[in-house]
Design a protein around this ligand. Structure first.
Ligand code: COA
Ligand code: ZN
Length: 311
């Protein structure tokens, strides 16, 4: 047997944030809320519902406060907001986000392109956010973007990533996400880094965030799972991408990931049929086809009738 696939794989849905942030056409606030409300019924325990960043940087998500106010909160679902700085954190706690996902990049160049700050400036801001969060019922997660490679700098030294994780832990952040912002990771690299990180961070506090830019997204998930990781971000339809990373494209596709798990017997607790129905509404909402494959192909169990005359 290659591995033990009996432990639950936790899927965090990020389409409302990572997915919509790069969409060229405006998605109405009511449509964002409806999408999140439908995702809330699919069995996710965590949904990244928006970001509180500069509206000039990401105009597509400038209605974050209205979205968080309009969502029908389901018990047991944690609604996460992506945050770059103290101002974002102030807006997010006012909007009653359950968790703040603080983001900086392992690559200094990408941090400057994305956040207009050095890594050190980002970290100093996170210190202010930690102080603010003490007065609110909010959890904190820290993401290391470009962990597995940067479109400006190439390969990232693993020790830089490990030091940033140490910084997050020293700040008291409860969770850590390692993000492959432009799909540069490979399964061997993922396996090795996850093993090292799990010496520092419990599996229950570690999330992997892969993009499928070079077709390796689900291979990377399996490599991480086999190395002990249990939590993964994914976006409905395979939407997603960072507008400040050249060549960025979609996250791993949620329903393709849930289908992989269903076929392999890895429990997720997610309702795949519900997801597929929801994913098939996205082309009409967004005006284009999506990269997800199972929504187009159907599941293995969706059998076809034999052609006439074939007995
Ligand atoms: N939410 C809303 N507005 C914000 C903000 C936030 N979190 N942070 C800053 N602003 C506003 C400031 O109030 C200021 O407004 P003004 O021009 O009306 O005075 C303006 O944005 C510039 O502020 P400044 O602090 O100088 O920011 P900047 O222009 O150097 O940009 C960031 C820094 C971090 C705000 C910006 O680069 C950003 O939002 N990046 C996030 C990008 C992103 O979401 N990437 C994808 C996800 S990883
Ligand atoms: Zn991403």
């Amino acid at each position: 047997m290659i591995g033990d696939y009996s432990e639950r794989l936790l899927v965090q849905e990020v389409a409302p944030r990572d997915g919509l942030q790069i969409e060229p056409s405006w998605v109405e606030t009511a449509d964002k809320i409806a999408l999140i409300d439908q995702l809330s019924l699919a069995g996710f325990s965590r949904i990244e519902a928006g970001s509180f960043v500069s509206p000039k940087a990401i105009p597509a998500l400038r209605d974050g406060a209205e979205v968080f106010a309009g969502v029908q909160r389901q018990p047991g679902v944690i609604y996460v907001a992506l945050i770059p700085n103290l101002k974002g954190a102030q807006r997010a706690v006012a909007a009653r986000a359950d968790e703040l996902n603080l983001v900086l990049s392992a690559s200094q160049s990408h941090n400057r392109a994305n956040m207009r700050m050095t890594r050190e400036q980002s970290l100093a801001g996170f210190g202010e956010i930690v102080a603010l969060a003490q007065d609110y019922p909010v959890q904190l997660n820290g993401t290391v973007a470009t962990t597995f490679g940067c479109p400006f700098e190439g390969r990232i030294d693993e020790d830089v990533v490990l030091r940033l994780i140490d910084d997050y832990q020293a700040l008291g952040l409860q969770g850590v996400t390692l993000a492959d912002t432009t799909g540069m990771a490979n399964p061997r690299q993922v396996h090795d880094l996850v093993r090292r990180v799990l010496d520092r961070v419990p599996a229950a506090a570690l999330t992997l965030h892969f993009h499928n830019t070079r077709g390796l997204g689900l291979s990377n998930v399996l490599a991480a799972y086999e190395a002990g990781a249990r939590r993964f971000d994914a976006a409905l339809g395979g939407l997603g991408g960072c507008p400040f990373a050249p060549g960025a494209s979609g996250n791993i596709c949620t329903e393709d990931l849930v289908n992989l798990c269903a076929e392999m017997g890895i429990p997720t607790g997610i309702d795949l049929e519900h997801l597929l129905r929801l994913s098939r509404t996205l082309p009409a909402l967004l005006g284009h086809e999506l990269p997800g494959q199972v929504a187009k192909a159907g599941r293995n169990c969706d059998l076809h009738p034999l052609p006439p005359g074939v007995g």
